[in-house]
Design a protein around this ligand. Structure first.
Ligand code: B12
Ligand SMILES: *[C@@H]1O[C@H](CO)[C@@H](O)[C@H](O)[C@H]1NC(C)=O
Ligand SMILES: *[C@@H]1O[C@H](CO)[C@@H](O)[C@H](O)[C@H]1NC(C)=O
Ligand SMILES: *[C@@H]1O[C@H](CO)[C@@H](O)[C@H](O)[C@H]1NC(C)=O
Ligand SMILES: *[C@@H]1O[C@H](CO)[C@@H](O)[C@H](O)[C@H]1NC(C)=O
Length: 459
């Protein structure tokens, strides 16, 4: 599709959601086209939008925008007391132009306080997200980034990850999702990173893109975004050979992401938003209208099932649905087209209490080298964590466990006193009926008769 056509479509968006990139969703008549082109020139003036060469797929228009409202409401109505989800949410608010001054101020304040109080302990990815959020869409927080010299501190954390890989058989301190976030933030905010390290460590064959031989779509997507930024960065001198290599990495990772596509989703619903962003910048996939529609149908379907109720999950999927990528945080037009939204004041449909609180019976086991089994009774609607607690009550020796609060909720850190360690690439994997869960212990709702398991695993 030619750019003029893309832009013409935007004139149709009568509500104030004017995404920066579009792919065609439906045919326009010639008459329409002419009219909308005129309107378009107006809105282009207002928004400073450039007719760039990038083409994206975007599904939201005035008729289907309502699909996104649950996500926006999830983010607006959450209590951000714990401070874990702040950066992801703030970045998305700014990137897609959701204006809520008080919340924006609260989140930005909390992030700054967090940085001031525990800057040394922040992981590379956490600091990177903080910088992306504070620096998103030209605003006063950029002064804080400069004042606290956050970008050069991030450079040091990125360097420490690489040194750890050199010293410990290629394993970073954290993971490649975080290394990619760090590289992305360094690239966008003019930090220092070594191109030689990038070409050495980001080869698509690197084991860190995989967890237990399974390609991690989230990780690959974040790497594609970071590498795309590196490739486009004109300030870095790169020889043709290096440029070609990086182009090759991006293409190969994009292929791996596409290979994980099923019924419109990539990986699962929680990785699909970032996968879409990666495909926007690296492939022609969404230039095909059918692919666009297939993804949107699956995502809207999942949204309507209420699957995306954690603010961080909403924050990670929303930018792509509005045609944005994390690369846009430094775009001059970033956040210029505020979204009009209606916050739902109605209470969400509370499920009518079933006559009596029903109990359900589930099996639970802890598998290390040998397996310890039990059966517990919990309330209907209980989550995996409730089952773990009930089992712990029955036998502390076998079923005691610890969790750590994170942006995705409680992360199981130890069971039977055995602690997961990123150094040894070990973790406690959660399964139900033999299948790994796609949600955490605090989110996954269990059903009567389920066979639940925590399994000592290596990734
Ligand atoms: C790396 C990673 C892991 C690593 C973490 C250890 C490490 N070395 O870093 C490993 C492989 C151990 C892991 C495990 C799991 N993960 Co994971 N993980 C990720 C990934 C790719 C990046 C996380 C990250 O570094 N974020 C950036 C930093 C800055 O944020 P952070 O909050 O400090 O990150 C920490 C937490 O995210 C935590 N963490 C990682 N995964 C999970 C999952 C849950 C449910 C919780 C509560 C915490 C948590 O570990 C991170 C590092 O310390 C994300 C992808 C994404 N989109 O976020 C998936 C992701 C968060 N994981 C997910 C899942 C489902 C799991 C598991 C439940 C899988 C399973 N069946 O067992 C387990 C957790 C089980 C448990 N013990 O509680 C889902 C969560 C979806 C949801 N709605 O809850 C995601 C979004 C992937 C996906 N698309 O499905 N994961
Ligand atoms: C909005 O987009 C959908 C596809 O996602 C399309 O079917 C519909 O016709 C569009 N509506 C308008 C008014 O453009
Ligand atoms: C999410 O979408 C996928 C693909 O369409 C579908 O298979 C899955 O059942 C959906 N999940 C929920 C909970 O709606
Ligand atoms: C499991 O068994 C192996 C070999 O018998 C042993 O080396 C390892 O320490 C055991 N792991 C745990 C967590 O007990
Ligand atoms: C817990 O399990 C262990 C091992 O099976 C057993 O020896 C112990 O008696 C159990 N404790 C309780 C309180 O049931």
């Amino acid at each position: 599709m030619r750019p003029s056509r893309q832009l013409a479509l935007m004139g149709l968006l009568v509500f104030s959601l004017i995404p920066s990139q579009l792919c065609q969703m439906h045919a326009l008549t010639q008459v329409n086209k002419k009219k909308t082109e005129e309107k378009m020139t107006e809105s282009r003036k207002q928004t400073g939008l450039q007719a760039g060469p990038r083409k994206m797929c975007i599904g939201v228009n005035e008729t289907n925008f309502w699909h996104l409202e649950p996500l926006i409401n999830t983010m607006l109505n959450a209590k951000y007391t714990e401070g874990f989800q702040d950066a992801n949410v703030l970045m998305t608010f700014r990137l897609v132009g959701i204006k809520s001054q008080s919340l924006e101020q609260q989140l930005s304040q909390q992030i700054k306080e967090d940085i001031n109080s525990r800057e040394m302990e922040l992981t590379s990815g956490q600091l990177a997200l903080d910088i992306l959020a504070l620096g998103a869409c030209e605003n006063q927080d950029r002064e804080f980034i400069r004042g606290a010299r956050l970008v050069s501190k991030l450079g040091a954390k990125f360097q420490a990850e690489i040194q750890n890989m050199e010293a410990h058989g290629g394993s970073p301190l954290t993971n490649y999702y975080q290394l990619s976030l760090a590289l992305l933030a360094l690239c966008l905010f003019n930090g220092r990173y070594s191109i030689t390290s990038v070409t050495y460590y980001f080869t698509p064959e690197n084991k860190n893109y995989y967890f237990e031989d399974q390609f991690s779509v989230d990780t690959g997507a974040m790497a594609v975004l970071a590498l795309t930024c590196v490739q486009r960065n004109t300030q870095k001198k790169m020889d043709a050979n290096t440029k070609g290599k990086i182009r090759g990495y991006i293409a190969s990772l994009a292929n791996k992401i596409q290979a994980e596509g099923k019924q419109g989703l990539f990986g699962n619903i929680f990785s699909t938003g970032e996968a879409m962003q990666a495909l926007f910048v690296s492939s022609d996939y969404y230039k095909n209208e059918r692919n666009c529609r297939e993804t949107l149908r699956a995502v809207f379907d999942n949204i309507s099932q209420g699957v995306i109720y954690l603010p961080i999950a909403a924050a990670q999927i929303l930018p792509a649905l509005m045609g944005k990528t994390y690369l846009d945080v430094i775009n001059p037009s970033c956040g210029h087209n505020p979204v009009k939204f209606s916050v739902s004041t109605e209470k969400p449909d509370t499920v009518p209490p079933t006559t009596a609180p029903l109990n359900i019976l589930v099996k639970y086991s802890v598998r290390i080298n040998k397996t310890s089994h039990t059966e517990v009774t919990v309330r209907k609607g209980s989550v995996f964590l409730d089952v773990m607690k009930a089992a712990q009550e029955k036998n502390k020796t076998l079923f005691r466990f610890t969790v750590e609060e994170t942006s995705w909720g409680p992360f199981v850190t130890s069971v039977q006193g055995i602690r997961a360690s990123s150094k040894d690439r070990t973790y406690w994997k959660l399964l139900s009926n033999g299948q790994p869960l796609t949600q955490g212990a605090g989110s996954h709702v269990v059903q009567n008769g389920d066979n639940l398991e925590v399994r000592w695993s290596k990734y």
